[in-house]
Design a protein around this ligand. Sequence first.
Ligand code: HAM
Length: 421
Amino acid sequence: MAKYKRFKGTQDIFGDETKYWYYIEKIARDTFIKYGFKEIRTPIIEPTELFTRSVGETSDIVKKEMYTFEDKGKRSVTLRPEGTASVVRAYIENSMINLGSPIKLYYMGPMFRYEKPQAGRQRQFHQIGVEIFGTDTPISDAETIILADELLKAFGLKNYKIKINSIGCPKCRPKYREALKKYFKPHLENMCKDCQTRYDTNIMRLLDCKVDREISKDAPSILDYLCDECKSHFESVVKYLDEMGISYEIDPKIVRGLDYYSRTAFEIVHYGLGAQSAILGGGRYNSLVEELGGKETPAIGFALGVERIILALKSEEVEVENPEEIDVYVAYSGENTDIEALKLSRNLKKEGLRVFLNISDRSLRNQLKHANKMGATFVAIIGEKERDEETVSIKNMKTGEQFEVERYWVPQILKEKNTME
Ligand code: HAM
């Protein structure tokens, strides 16, 4: 029994699982770079107020889910529950407006929310996200949604749906809130506790309550309350998506759980995931930069949950190659064979092969066993005979075939054979 155990809702990622992480991170990076994004890495710890001000005092994240503590300097520190607030802070703090506007940034990394762990919901999870600063054009919203779709397709996923909505702006929302209050008032006493609190603090969240779905079915739609600017903005976004053949559904119940959004909001759900089906979420946030002390700067972005994408890949049985496979295990036995093995493994790596050199004191038999456990495709063996004759014995671990080759030719021959395996 292990003396120390990881916290509930956290994960050790190793073995055959890592291939998914390589796969997702590589495809994401390549796709973002294709769209002109630049990477940003921000700290995992931030001042607590950054999140209370941006994600919102009344949001579940701030109210119940933050990992907040006091550091030795008596500052209130929070492990970031999401990436947007940190990127906005970095954008302002580093005067990134001087780098050219609009600017496109992407990030990947761990986030922390003290939620009830279940399949697809963890306390430490990982997001890959993008943020675009400095434009409010409908084409930028459309391109962001197109990027999300292209990314999921590049992962090999098919079984998902894009849901979009416009949640208006501070100009059109008050009237809509009034309409919602009027609609929900007679139902309120039959609604869940969360809804009863949110009725006063954040009425729009009543729309995406999982408990009171029936009651909100006939609630007024935000789309009927949009001001002229928001309406025409949304219509243009939708038109671009239509022109580009993107399939999506307009869902006026998409309100998002973070407070900073305005206008376009979207979520992508995967059908193979059960309760935690949201694999990606995002939207526009035109007031947040100003709210956090910067100049008025419109912005939009999204983030996906890596663990949920992995569940989606598994549910669609997408084949993912393991880049950590070992091509050649170099085994040796006998006096002065170790230095020959070192040299051989260097030459094999020069050919681009993935090499595991035996680094333990063990018999040849046990080296072969180890090679088998490591899943090596070939074993290159230098025994005393091979040492004296300047050869190497090669064993193909898949077929069992064994042959001896002049040492000089081994890297080239193994490289050719490896590409055929
Ligand atoms: P979010 O919807 O809170 O948005 O999170 C984005 C994604 O992170 C979700 O769709 C889900 O896949 C994943 N996720 C969230 N919580 C968990 C969890 N406890 N366990 C596993 N996965 C989780 C945001 O965070 C915004 N910052 C997105 C954004 C970027 N909006 C504009 N820019």
